[in-house]
Write a protein that binds this ligand. Sequence first.
Ligand code: BG6
Length: 500
Amino acid sequence: MSADRPSAGQRIGTRAAPPSVDLVLFGGTGDLTMRKLLPALYRRFGDAQLAADARIVGVARSDIGREAYLARAEAACRQYLGTAFDAATWPAFAARLDYVRVNATVASDYAALAAVLRARPDAVRLFFLSTAPDLFAAICRELAAAGIVTANSRIMLEKPLGEDAASAARINDTVGALVSERQIYRIDHYLGKETVQNLLALRFGNTLFEPLWRRGQVQHVQITVGEQLGVEGRGEFYDRTGALRDMVQNHLLQLLCILAMEPPASSAADAVRDEKLKVLRALRPIGDSEALLKTVRGQYRSGVIGAAKVEGYLDEGGVAADSSTETFVAIKAEIDTWRWAGVPFYLRTGKRLQEHVAEIVITFHEVPHSIFDGPFSAQTPNRLVIRLQPEEHIILRILAKSPGEAMRLRPVDLALDLGESFKARPLEAYERLLGDAMQGNLTLFMRRDEVDAAWQWIDPIRAAWSSDDDGPRPYAAGSWGPATANALIARDGFAWHDEQ
Ligand code: BG6
C-alpha cells in the first residue's frame, strides 16, 4: 500500500485552525450539494471552522451565473437547515461562494476554473466529485490537463465507487494517476456519523467491553439499517444498483469493520484503516453453493408505512416493470479470525421497512450454569444494543431479581441516552468529513485496498444471485422484509432483535 504514514496530528477529532482552502464542488447544482454539502459548509462557517479566506466554487454544466447560484444555494440552506439558518450570517457565507460553468467533458471549459484558482496557488485545493461516477475519469483527465492539481490538492470521491471490483479499480486507477493515495478522500458518510465514531469510543475508550468482545463471550451480532423511505425519485439509479451495492458494500461493511476490528495502535488514519482491511480480508467468501443459504434478497410490494399507503417497487418511476433488483438484503457473514471464529454476524438492510433504524445488537452467551429457577434464569443472555439512529442510545440488558419473596430473575435495561447526556448538537456527517478533508485527516475515509476488498466479497454474492432464477422474495412495505430473512437467522436458533 502506497499510502503515506499519517502524521501524529492526523487523529480523529483533533482540529487545528482551518486552513486556507479552495473547495471546488463538481456536481455543484446537484442534490447532494444542495441537500448536504452547502448546509454543512454553512454550519462550518457559522462555527468558525471555515477559514476566513476560504472559497467554495460550485461547478456544473448549467449556464446560471453566480447570482442565480447564490439564490439556489440560499434556498437550499434555508430549506435543509430550518431553524439553524440565520439570515444575518448568510451574506458573509455567500461572499465565500462562487460558481463556474464547466461541462465536465469539455477541455476548454476548465480554463475558467483555472483562472479562478490561479489567484491562490498555495491554498489547499479540494476537488469534491459528486457527479455520476462515469464522469470521474474525464474530470481527472481535464483537471490534470488544465494544470490545476497542485501538491496541495485533494480529491474527494462520493459513492458509488464503481459497481463491482473491476469498475472500482478503473476509477481508482484513473484518480490514482492524477494524485497519490494520501490525496484521495473516498467518502462513506456513515464513517462521518457521530454515532459511528461513538462505537470507537465505546470499544477503545473503556476497559469494560474489550475483554468480552470476542468468541467465547459473544454469541452472535446483528447489524440492521432499516429505512422507511423508498427510492425517492432515484428509481433509475437504484434499479441499476440495488441494496447490496447501495448499502452493504459500503455502510454495513464499514460498521462491521469498526465492530470487529482489532484495537488499532492509535486513531491515526492508517492504523485504523489497516485494522479494518484485515476484517474485510478475513470475511469468509460466500460463493455460489452457499449464497442461497446465507443470503436473502427481497423486493417491496405496496403496503402501509405509518398511516400512509405506499406503492410497490415495481411501480416506482424509473424502475423496470420486471425488475429483479433487490431492495432488501440479509446476510449471514462470518469472519475467519481467532477473535471471531464461529460467531455469526447477521447483516440486514432494506427500503420501505417497518422502522427507520440503524442498530447493532451484540448478544452474549448464556450463563454456563444457572443457580436460579424461573423462565428468565438461564436462557436470557446479556445483550448490548447500540442504536445509531434515529436517536443514539446504548442499552445493556442484564438480569436482576424482581422484588418479592421468591428469587425470580427478570431482564432489566441499563440505558444510556447519549443525546440526553451531552445535550450538544452532534456534527452532521458531511460537516465532519469536509472538515477532516480540509485538515488532511484521512482516518474516516476509505483507502483503496478497503474498497477493493469490500467489492471482492460482494461480487461473488451478486454472481450467485444472477444465476438464481427465483429472484428477490416479495415483502410488504411496512414489514421487516421477507419471511425468509427470519428463517435465515432462525436456522441458527436466533431471532432478529425486533422480533423478540
Ligand atoms: C446512501 C444510499 O448512501 O445512504 C441511500 O445511497 C440511503 O439509498 C442512504 O438512503 C442512507 O443514509 P442515512 O444517513 O439516511 O442512513
